[in-house]
Design a protein around this ligand. Structure first.
Ligand code: ATP
Ligand code: MG
Length: 440
């Protein structure tokens, strides 16, 4: 099986890399790679056992088997690997079935791409099993048409050279890195390089991916690749569905350096292509992305990210963006509430605790917490940690027992009692009873 014809189809820069790369091959000597694989800080021993079980089984099915993509990149960078992406020359669904037969667990096949997830028994691990395939794009931005092929073809359909390496797992070849496109050299140089000039037109979501890797690893998008993020590619990006774009923004928000990534996205004109009202991420808010779960406010990095990102927008702009990005109702409410509360803060300052409480009660806690973070308005914190939990001792049942006929007057009385507690008008049960007697 020759890799050269595939390489020649590809970008000349990538071919050049292959030549430079062969001189630097010691970077990925088999023994070194095996050592990396056995480092428990990089691959958890349980995962390593899984990989070796899969490889052994693939061998019995006569399928060559590789770890591929981001996991290989991270391993060679000496970073712990998260995903287990395993690719076979053969049918991944057959392999998944066999794994379930021999080891148990469950498999979920995806017939269109002949891929399968193997849910490992008694464990949280899910292995992504991929059939090596070749892809063609019938129309820019459309999903690709695929057919089973060789590992080299599969590497050639990927996004960047650093993600287009495979690490052999089965048989004698275990530990060998297959790198026909010069990913190893680009990894050493810290460069993000496309595989062919049409890459971003075929799939503009790769633009976000490039920015994520660039910022995450402190790499640089190589000049020709950067130049390919041009008007034509942005035009295709503009036509992508809200869901696909939001998915990319979600992935950015998951990253440690999300705010800096958005800066880069903005500087390349991509925000405008998503929607003309798409704002920049206020860098002063960046530190607030790192929130821990406390104060009973459930941490949700993506929701926090979008609340902060859209905090300074008008209601009309938020409306346009939640439509463009196809937000869920919950996410829409979050971002709307954050911006709305920030705007109305000036009117609430100096209000009584009961007024704050009734104004805040219908808003999602996360949005309130976000506005607290950027404003440091203590009333918001008091609401989150204390006021929202305050209730009078008297209940509806008590009122009924006192002979009061149920009706709107019930809730009026209970609200009045709650306000009295909130505003310090009463501070113990007998004072509450006195007030209740007066109200009745
Ligand atoms: P991360 O660390 O962010 O998960 P990753 O490289 O593992 O990065 P995934 O989205 O998990 O990225 O995808 C796994 C691999 O699949 C990539 O390394 C890449 O080879 C390939 N891939 C993913 N998305 C694309 C795409 N849009 N175009 C081409 N190849 C892709
Ligand atoms: Mg991954």
């Amino acid at each position: 099986m020759s890799i050269i014809p595939n390489v020649q189809k590809l970008h000349k820069g990538a071919f050049l890399n292959l030549c430079i790369y062969t001189c630097k091959i010691e970077f990925m000597q088999k023994d070194d790679v095996l050592r990396l694989m056995r480092d428990p800080n990089l691959i958890h021993p349980e995962k390593l056992t899984l990989l070796s079980n899969i490889a052994n089984l693939a061998e019995t099915l006569n399928m060559s088997c590789y770890l591929v993509g981001g996991s290989v990149r991270d391993l060679l960078l000496g970073r712990p690997i998260n995903d287990l992406d395993v690719i076979v020359e053969g049918d991944a669904i057959d392999l998944a079935k066999k794994l379930v037969e021999v080891y148990g667990g469950k498999q979920t096949p995806h017939f269109k791409f002949r891929t399968a997830f193997w849910h490992v028994p008694n464990s949280e691990h899910v292995v992504d099993l991929i059939t090596a395939r070749n892809e063609t794009y019938e129309k820019p931005g459309a999903l690709p048409t695929v057919k089973p092929s060789t590992i080299e073809d599969d590497l050639a359909r990927r996004d960047f050279t650093i993600n287009a390496m495979a690490l052999r797992l089965d048989g004698e070849g275990m530990g060998e890195v297959l790198d026909p496109l010069g990913g190893g050299a680009d990894l050493e140089r810290g460069v993000i390089r496309y595989l062919h000039p049409n890459s971003f037109i075929d799939d503009p979501t790769r633009i976000f991916r490039a920015i994520r890797y660039e910022t995450r690893y402190g790499f640089e998008i190589e000049p020709e690749t950067l130049a390919a993020i041009n008007k034509e590619a942005l035009k295709v990006l503009q036509s992508l569905s809200g869901e696909r774009l939001r998915n990319e923004l979600d992935l950015i928000l998951d990253e440690d350096e999300a705010a800096r990534m958005v800066l880069r996205v903005a500087s390349l004109g991509i925000l405008d292509a998503i929607h003309p009202t798409m704002p920049e991420f206020n860098q002063d808010y960046a530190e607030y992305l790192e929130m821990d779960a406390h104060l009973d406010v459930q941490a949700d990095r993506r929701a926090m990210g979008f609340i902060l990102w859209f905090m300074d927008l008008s209601e009309e702009d938020i409306f346009l963006l939640v439509n463009r990005l196809d937000f869920s109702n919950e996410m829409s409410l979050n971002v709307w509430a954050g911006a709305q509360l920030k705007r109305s803060l000036v009117h609430l300052i100096g209000a009584r605790p009961s007024e704050w409480t009734y104004a805040l009660e219908k808003l999602p806690l996360l949005a309130i917490f976000a506005v607290y973070l950027i404003s440091r308005e203590n009333a918001l914190l008091s609401y989150i940690s204390i006021w929202r939990h305050v209730r009078p001792r008297t209940t509806g049942n008590d009122l009924k027992a006192m002979g009061l006929p149920p009706g709107p007057r019930f809730s009026e009385i209970l609200i009045r009692l709650r306000s009295a507690w909130l505003d310090g008008e009463v501070s113990n049960e007998s004072q509450e009873k006195e007030l209740l007697a007066k109200l009745l």
